[in-house]
Design a protein around this ligand. Structure first.
Ligand SMILES: [Zn+2]
Length: 453
């Protein structure tokens, strides 16, 4: 019989359809699933099931945060090209990234995942689009790191096939052929994709961006993903330069271009979507195409601020993303709640995004974007037990009377407990599944090795 875990006496923000909250409530977990949630203490089960009780007074329990866009490998190239726009930043970093291999990606993935876990993240999408010829199985390195640290992973097998000589941005030596990419995508799905409802690893197909892949690759990847039953991911409408590139090279704006190649649909999610007009937003809403909003990365690269209130008003699924740590050096998801709220208000005024809407972006919104709204994103009976218990009775938060405001407006609170699939991965602020000092040392060694070439 599976052990029972009970969290009691905590404030609870369920992020269910009615935004139900309990000032002091309980959640019961059996195995990997939530079996009870409500006000006051847990029911008295009166049976022999071994039970672990966690006293949650002074804490806020929320669904685990969901990261919808990342590039784990970039952990090793943080702090580079600090004042550049996206295109110049990419051109500076492509030659370094072209040297990654299994060992460096493994170290980077472990460090990236640790930062996510320690900031409340329980599910992460990683978009890996650099596959050097002599680099080995870098996607496998990422999946191994996720399995070891215990995070739920959506591994987006990324790709680039449009080198500089063909009018693209990446150097020719950093791209693959379409045949290589399609074969690798099929293998990744075959080896790693788990369609089961409680899957810890799912695979998506993810050509990198309109300026680094061909129209043929976009079209064929969409066909392949739909035949294999997996989701599609890419970057889109991130910068004004990308829009200019599309207009000059393809004769249309990015949304029109991607739409013409089969890239709008409820099985697609795109990172950024900063530069959208009313027609773009309406088409995303009608097709239920998801958006990964990455506020800190967009600010770091001076790309602009995505029209999140307009997207939400139209009914577009929107989640939050850290983006790669080379354009968001914290690598933490928790602070993106606050960044999303502040940037929306900086752009449009204080009423346009509430703390509860920001929390919803980071939880249920992300679950919709990754196609897992039935399993993840809220605290409801039957859902998977991915939960974050935040300590909000310390000096940083004790005078913020609203627990959700303490989490979103305040400093990122310490994590009392992070559960993934019912398993404690962080306890009392400490990572339970790996040695954080060893992760830091390995990341340092691999970063130096990579930068020195
Ligand atoms: Zn990205």
């Amino acid at each position: 019989m599976a052990a029972r875990l009970i969290v009691e006496n905590a404030a609870i923000a369920t992020v269910d359809g009615a935004d139900t909250e309990f000032p002091s409530g309980h959640v019961v977990v059996e195995g990997s699933r939530i079996t009870a949630v409500g006000a006051g203490p847990a029911p008295d089960y009166g049976d022999e099931t071994p039970t672990h009780r966690i006293y949650g007074a002074g804490c806020l329990l929320t669904p685990g945060l969901i990261n919808t866009h990342h590039h784990f490998y970039q952990w090793l190239t943080r702090g580079q090209a600090q004042n550049a726009i996206l295109f110049d930043w990419l051109v500076a970093l492509y030659p370094v990234w072209a040297r990654i291999d299994e060992a460096s990606v493994y170290a980077a993935a472990r460090a990236s995942i640790a930062a996510l876990l320690l900031s409340g993240c329980t599910t992460a999408a990683d978009h890996h689009y650099v596959h050097p010829r002599n680099g080995g199985d870098v996607l496998g390195s990422t999946i191994r790191a996720a399995d070891e640290l215990g995070i739920r992973l959506h591994a987006a097998r990324g790709s680039m096939d449009l080198g500089t000589s063909a009018g693209g941005l990446p150097p020719d030596y950093a791209v693959e052929t379409i045949d290589e990419i399609l074969e690798a995508g099929a293998q990744a799905v075959d080896h790693h994709h788990d369609p089961a409802p409680d899957a810890m690893v799912r695979v998506a197909l993810a050509p990198c961006s309109p300026f680094s892949v061909t129209a043929d690759l976009l079209r064929e990847s969409a066909t392949q993903a739909r035949s294999l039953g997996v989701r599609l991911h890419t970057h889109g409408s991130e910068t004004v330069e990308e829009e200019q590139y599309c207009v000059e090279q393809k004769g249309v704006r990015p949304t029109d271009y991607l739409d013409s190649l089969g890239w709008l649909g409820d099985d697609v999610w795109m990172a950024h979507r900063v530069h959208m007009n009313a027609s773009d937003i309406a088409r995303f809403a009608a097709s239920r195409t998801g958006v990964a909003h990455c506020p800190s990365s967009n600010a770091r690269l001076g790309a602009g601020i995505a029209p999140v209130p307009e997207l939400l008003a139209a009914g577009v699924p929107v989640g939050l993303g850290v983006d790669g740590a080379a354009s968001n050096e914290t690598g933490q998801l928790g602070p993106e709640l606050r960044a999303a709220l502040l940037f929306a208000r900086a752009r449009r005024g204080p009423g346009v995004l509430t703390a509860r809407q920001a929390l919803r972006l980071g939880t249920m919104g992300g679950a919709h974007v990754l196609g897992r709204a039935d399993e993840l994103g809220s605290i409801e009976v039957g859902k998977l037990a991915d939960l974050a218990l935040w300590r909000i009775d310390g000096a940083a938060h004790s005078s913020i009377f609203d627990p959700v405001a303490a989490l979103v407006h305040g400093a990122l609170p310490p994590l009392e407990l992070l559960l993934i699939n019912g398993r404690p991965v962080v306890s009392h602020g400490h990572l339970e599944t790996a040695d954080i000092d060893a992760i830091a040392a390995d990341a340092r060694v691999q970063s130096q090795r990579l930068l020195e070439g």
